[in-house]
Design a protein around this ligand. Structure first.
Ligand code: LLP
Length: 384
């Protein structure tokens, strides 16, 4: 049984809720800071993983930038204290309103994914009387070994500019007066544990750099995206990924020109392990082949198992009796509202506290109100 959760305090709080271990978040940020600074790398936090205000403020206090994918994420980052020049904005479908939000906040860079988008940013920047920094998001066609829903760097994905269109896009940038070519951007996917994928990305980036060198348009920023995976099976043994090995891959394999900066956009690896979804067992019901532990959290609170068949470790924090097997399910009217099948748990009863681990990334932020449920609240170790 885990002992680092304040279980007695949990008893007094209405479930379900997200619990954030702020010390672990800070320890993780400290390691990221130390390991990236060794090489002078810049890390932006991918806000999409978790836009909780307190978490954003903590991340900002360690000097990371913010990587945003919507106008609202840009605004939330600015409100949490990130300086505009450390905010980057990516996304295939930026609306005019969202672009204007970025321009007004003087953000560091727009990561651009198509020629029509480039033209609109140019037009809106002209109206605002500014010049927008842009980086080209290039589809590197590198296969990341991960779930197909979350690979992004392949030609068949909707993301980025194809390599064979780059010359055309660069010609376009040169024609436009209100965009300034600042960098190149890549992202190969998410929950990547095989560092070899990043080595392949470095090789591809090195090849592409030649094209820019020939045009004498050296990108100042080389943004290699995010995607570093975490250990969902063993959150206690591996509370953070091997950031040291991760950054070293880029130092070993990326060939840089004088003055080029390397940027990263890490989401999951920053916040995942510090978050846990806490719920209570409402009923234990005997099924035909299994016991059902029916908990008060559902797929509306944490959609990853239903959406991606994602594994999250489940623990009973209240019992230390003999192990049994349970299907841990939520109250929502969908069969996919299941957090785990045949999960080994100590004998479980009504009222027991259940922890669904590694839920800090793409958990609270993807919650919804299906079945007219309340959105989950958040509590922090530093406040309990
Ligand atoms: N940069 C770009 C351009 C991205 O598309 C993403 C994630 C990131 C950075 C951050 O990736 P991370 O370091 O967090 O892996 N909802 C899914 C994950 C979707 C990821 C989308 N893009 C999940 O729950 O697994």
């Amino acid at each position: 049984m885990e002992n680092h959760f304040p279980v007695e305090k949990f008893q007094a709080i209405e479930t379900p809720f997200y619990y954030y271990n702020m010390q672990l978040l800070e320890d993780t940020l400290q390691v990221i800071k130390e390991e990236s600074e060794k090489y002078g790398y810049h890390v932006h936090y991918a806000v999409k993983a978790n836009a909780n205000k307190k978490i954003l403020e903590t991340i900002n206090s360690y000097g990371l930038g913010a990587d945003c994918v919507s106008g609202n994420e840009v605004s939330a980052s600015i409100e949490a204290g990130f300086p505009g020049n450390k905010v980057v904005y990516a996304g295939v479908g930026k609306t005019d309103k969202e672009i204007i939000t970025g321009l007004k906040n003087n953000i560091g860079c727009f990561n651009v994914e198509s020629i029509p988008e480039l033209e609109v940013i140019n037009e809106l920047a002209e109206k605002q009387g500014v010049v927008a920094n842009v980086a080209l998001r290039i589809n590197p066609n590198v296969k990341a070994n991960t779930h197909h829903y979350i690979t992004t760097g392949l030609e068949e994905n909707k993301f980025g500019i194809y390599i064979w269109d780059l010359e055309k896009v660069m010609d376009k940038i040169e024609e436009l007066d209100h965009v300034n070519f600042k960098g190149i951007h890549f992202h190969i996917g998410s929950q990547i544990n095989d560092l070899d994928s990043y080595k392949q990305l470095c090789v591809r980036v090195n090849e592409l750099q030649e094209l820019f060198k020939q045009r004498r348009a050296i990108p100042q920023i080389v943004n290699v995206g995010g995607g570093l995976g975490i250990d969902y099976e063993n959150p206690d043994e591996n509370p953070m990924p091997d950031f040291k090995a991760f950054f070293k891959i880029f130092d070993d394999f990326l060939e840089l020109e004088e003055g080029q900066e390397v940027h990263f956009e890490l989401g999951r690896s920053v916040v995942c392990q510090c978050g846990t979804l806490i719920s209570k067992v409402i009923y234990v019901k005997e099924g035909v082949n299994t016991h059902f532990a029916i908990v008060d959290a559902g797929m509306s609170d944490l959609i990853r198992p239903a959406l991606y068949q994602a594994y999250h470790k489940i623990e009973n924090l209240s019992s230390d009796q003999e192990d049994e097997k349970y299907d841990v399910v939520g109250p929502i009217c969908e069969s996919s509202d299941c957090f785990g099948k045949a999960v080994t748990l100590p004998k479980t009863s009504r009222g027991d506290i259940i922890a669904i681990r590694s839920a800090g990334a793409y958990g609270e932020i993807m919650a919804n109100q299906y079945n007219l449920r309340q959105l989950p609240k958040a509590f922090y170790s530093s406040d309990l």
